[in-house]
Ligand binder design. Structure first.
Ligand code: GLC
Length: 668
């Protein structure tokens, strides 16, 4: 049961498609303090607090303070309070069981036992919000109800479940050709190569650099003939440049955010001085969405939307002030003591994403001006919505791949997200795993992290272990930052090992796609904490390094360097499946309890639950190669059966009953 409680004048976020009637009376479970603008709950020592989607730390969010504030946050360290998203949904599971969603576009704080160990306190920056309380018998049902409330998650095309290779640094067609050639030569499956900002002409959205890609449409076709899709990046900010059609048109029509004086607000991102489309204004949003057509017309079928928190390197006024002040310092003795040096340093460091700058520009919604900071968390959502809505208009019979960096709940209907600029840290491999569960709760199913780590130099073993997790995530992409060690798998020594691990992804595709689609269509979790299926098993309530994947599988990746294996807890009897470096899958039955499992670097070990069955394809060098009908099965139990979902992978007839069928052990 879902109850909505409304306070103040609520801005319509469109996080929820059909808003239920508001209740009167007190909000259950929570103590509301309007003058403090807070909601408080006293947690029991045994309570788990799930949720908050994309954020740092564990699946159980207790013990830290989080902020819903979409931020360009590249460190992902434990002391951060927010990443790129604002996912305001939590579930308390313990003495009492309920879900809580705060529909609110501004900055919110979730203090989950940080200030006081047993106090959960949610504080808003103003008191105009909707509070949803969700009560069901189980955590799974609470999440299901919530997911029904927020609407069906985005569905990616089937090809987007292939292996993708990316790097900030593939600058021309030759670079891309080489990536494809190396994968094909070495028999490593590949479906996508991503184009980062260098494909554009001086970082201008919806342009292609003609020197680097002389005939882009031809090149897109050349790649597609090899079953490779190019996936270009689109940034939120539009370069200020007369003669650049997107800029000229946006100015002429008044589609950019404005400052207090009503002039376009100027901040800088990759191209230098830039403007920000008013994504909250429907007309401007439609216009921005229509811009994708220029690339769709050249054969592009997928995009990633970036820097849409929005990230601002500097605002023009702040830069001018900082430069003036630094110039003044030049006249002095140039002997900076601690305070003076800190001031000097901060003049530069505070330029980027300064909270004060978010108070300096405005959106126009239904003819009314709204200051950006009050609706900050809706920006990335609406950029991706611009794209998603445009794709429905422009390509009604085709699914287009789109995923975003910034998001809030609601955006999950229009696109997926990637987990942003992680680093080549072992800790970030584990964070990738944990975040999958939290993201699924908030409706984000097409998701994954930069495999191998985006920032910092990686190592071969980290990349390999990361792939052993990444092959299970819907978005599977190796991406890295310019200047870091190259990390395409063919650069390393154990090519056979990589080939085997990535090859397994293609064998698992029928299962992964089927589980993804069922989770989307039914509001279920594709990745689940163990405790959701074993609420009475105390051990499961604290396990954060193993997840269920669909009804059938459990994954338990190795996430420590030099580990030769790991301890795995089985809440029930399971069949351990070990994919060895020659591509065989060994099956061993293990009893309920703790097991030390050896996992050599190039093996992938995962688990099949009793009474269940896993369908496998024969693999392929790309998704187009995979035969989704020619399946073998691994079963655990004679009566095991599997509900298999398959469709054509690119049209939108998702609910057609013909897409579902039951596979039984001993049958195809
Ligand atoms: C941002 C993105 C990253 C991309 C880079 C350059 O940091 O998060 O993925 O490579 O910008 O476009």
């Amino acid at each position: 049961m879902i109850k909505r409680y409304s306070f103040g004048h609520v801005f319509q976020t469109d996080s929820i498609p059909v808003i239920p009637e508001a209740q009167t009376g007190a909000v259950p479970y929570m103590e509301v303090n309007e003058s403090e603008m807070s909601l408080t709950y006293t947690m029991d020592p045994e309570d788990i607090v799930y949720g908050l989607g994309e954020n740092v730390r564990g699946i159980n969010k207790r013990g830290w303070i989080y902020e819903s504030k979409c931020s360009d946050e590249s460190k992902h360290l434990e002391d951060r309070r927010s990443l790129y998203a604002a996912h305001n949904f939590i579930v308390v599971d313990g003495r009492e069981k309920f879900g809580l969603f705060i529909d609110y576009p501004g900055i919110l704080t979730f203090d989950v036992g940080y200030t006081e160990l047993s106090t959960l306190k949610i504080t808003a920056s103003d008191w105009n919000l909707d509070v949803y309380v969700i009560e069901e018998d189980t955590v799974t049902d609470i999440i299901r109800s919530f997911r029904r409330l927020i609407g069906r998650s985005y569905i990616a095309p089937l090809w987007a479940f292939g292996n993708g290779q990316s790097r900030w640094g593939y600058i021309n067609a030759e670079d891309v050709r080489e990536v494809v050639r190396k994968h094909r030569e070495n028999g490593i499956p590949l479906d996508m190569v991503y184009l980062d900002i260098d494909y554009m002409e001086r970082f201008k959205d919806f342009t292609v650099n003609k020197e680097r890609f002389p005939d882009f449409a031809d090149f897109v076709k050349e790649m597609k003939d090899q079953h490779i899709r190019l996936v270009p990046i689109i940034d939120a900010a539009v370069k200020e440049e007369k003669g650049y059609s997107v800029y000229d048109e946006g100015i002429e029509k008044g589609y950019f955010c404005t400052n207090e004086a009503g002039k376009p607000f100027v901040g800088a991102v990759w191209p230098g001085r830039s403007l920000f489309t008013d994504m909250l204004n429907k007309e401007a949003r439609d216009w921005f969405g229509d811009q994708y057509k220029v690339l769709l017309d050249q054969g592009i079928e997928g995009f990633w939307n970036d820097m849409n928190e929005p990230s601002i390197f500097y605002a023009e006024d702040r830069l001018a002030d900082a430069l003036t002040e630094i110039a003044k310092m030049q006249d002095g003795e140039q002997n900076l003591d601690l305070d003076a040096f800190t001031h000097f340093k901060n003049l530069v460091l505070d330029l980027s994403a300064n909270p004060e700058d978010y108070k300096k520009f405005y959106h126009t919604v239904n003819g009314k001006k709204i200051r950006h900071d009050q609706v900050h968390n809706l920006y990335g959502y609406n950029m991706t919505r611009a794209a998603g809505e445009a794709f429905e208009r422009l390509e009604p019979d085709k699914r287009i791949l789109i995923f975003s960096r910034a998001s809030c709940i609601g955006m999950h209907r229009y696109g997926g997200i990637w987990q942003g600029d992680n680093k080549s840290y072992w800790a970030h491999l584990l964070m990738n795993l944990k975040m999958l569960a939290s993201l699924n709760m908030c409706g984000f199913l097409y998701t994954g992290a930069d495999l191998g780590g985006f920032g910092s130099d990686t190592t071969e073993d980290l990349v390999m272990r990361w792939y052993a997790l990444g092959i299970f995530t819907p978005l599977m992409r190796n991406h890295s930052e310019m200047g870091t060690r190259r990390q395409e798998v063919y650069r390393f020594t154990d090519l056979e090992g990589f080939k085997n691990i990535i090859g397994l992804r293609y064998k698992l595709l029928p299962y992964l796609y089927s589980e993804y689609m069922k989770a989307v269509l039914r509001g279920d979790l594709m990745f689940r904490p163990l405790a959701l299926d074993h609420p009475d098993d105390k051990r499961c309530r604290t396990i954060e390094d193993q997840l269920y994947l669909g009804r059938e599988l459990m994954i338990a990746p190795v996430y420590e360097q030099n580990a030769r294996g790991r301890y795995v807890y089985l809440p029930e009897r399971m069949k351990m499946l070990r994919c060895t470096r020659d591509g065989r899958i060994e099956e061993t039955i293990l009893e309920k309890g703790d097991h030390y499992v050896e996992v050599p670097l190039s093996d992938v070990v995962f688990f099949l639950r009793e009474g269940h069955l896993l369908p496998l394809s024969r693999g392929g060098r790309c998704v187009d190669d995979v035969d989704f009908e020619d399946l073998s099965v691994i079963s655990f139990g004679e009566d095991a059966e599997y509900e298999y979902y398959h469709d054509d992978g690119f049209t939108r007839d998702y609910e057609n009953p013909a897409n579902f069928r039951v596979i039984r052990a001993g049958q195809k």
